[in-house]
Design a protein around this ligand. Sequence first.
Ligand SMILES: Cc1ncc(COP(=O)(O)O)c(C=O)c1O
Length: 405
Amino acid sequence: MTTEVLTAHHIAQRMEHVDDSPTLLIAARAQELRKQGKSIVSLSTGEPDFPTPDNIKQAAIRAINENFTKYTSAQGMPELREIVAEKFRRDNGIESASNRVLITSGGKHALGNALLALAEGGDEIIIPSPFWASYSAIAYLSEGTPVIVKTTEEDGWLLRPEQLASAVALNSRVLMLNTPVNPTSVMYSKEDLLALVPIIKEHELMVIVDELYEKLTYDGREHFSLGSVPEIAEQVVTINGLSKAYAMTGWRLGFATGPYWAIEAMGRLQSQAVSHPSSISQRAAMEALTGPQDSVEMMRQAFQRRRDLVVDLMREIPDISFTHPAGAFYIFFNVSAYIGRTLPSGKKVTVADEICEMLLDQFGIALVSGSGFGDANYIRLSFAASEADITEGVARLKKGLAALL
Ligand SMILES: Cc1ncc(COP(=O)(O)O)c(C=O)c1O
């Protein structure tokens, strides 16, 4: 009898390292406090605050009115796969083709499909840290072992060839790269990426490159795609999507390109897991990628102005440091000078999580601790928020940190 009950309630081992996203947890706590009538400024979520551009919304409405509401092919609509292949060829210099493209339910889903199709138990998955919180969880789901390689603020938060070379082992299978990087907002230059190529080639690593923030780069910086390097093109799966560039987080539309065999396996996995992304989102994606692009540039310019504002405001805060954001929309700031100080509760701070908790509960500012991104001496602030919220949020942050004695 006891055995039966235990068996019924058994959760698979692969779930052991799968936690709720720290960003979503903070958002839920902020929501709860708002319900209690507290004033909360949220600079926690990695989500553009703009509405989806109107031409894209209209395309989705047309799709519904035309009854485009049935199954599509599992890998995505052929017309959309061709449009995405053209995007990868034009914007990224990647030798893509429609049969090397998979349309997915968001960038995260594309990453999950890639890791589950490429890695298995016994494989090592090299992840430079700080990393986007979901990487390690998805790596564990694939039953591979994440190998975290620490990068440093002093070295611009970049994975260097020497570090990659010393992390590589016989069973290394996948290297995860992200540029521009969430949470540090740095970007890999062409030279930074080319320096990694000989090691990737020699050790026959598969590389999954997450380029979700490709369109959000500042001061004229050029994004470079590792998948465009012919020597290793067959070893690179490039991930992108519409969430960040087109303010389409809720539409769940992403895509991947890479070698045919990898994309084909990812497509088979997808066909058994979710069939395909929503038909309506796929029609919206066709408009997003082929319609006018001026709203993408308008949003990019707004993020750049907000970046300038937040950097100016944060420079006024004593005892923190951060790198100047080159892309994406985050400030990842070092609070190690505050670790060891005393919280208003009388307790000593040991990790940034405690500072974030205090900032939210007592000063009404929601930020995410760096611990979920691989470094508990840091806090992530998202400037994907209005200028008024940024100004008020940083003022609260400054006051909150000053309360640590
Ligand atoms: C680096 C990075 N990759 C992927 C994603 C996932 O994006 P999507 O909403 O398309 O799943 C995010 C979202 O925060 C991200 O920051």
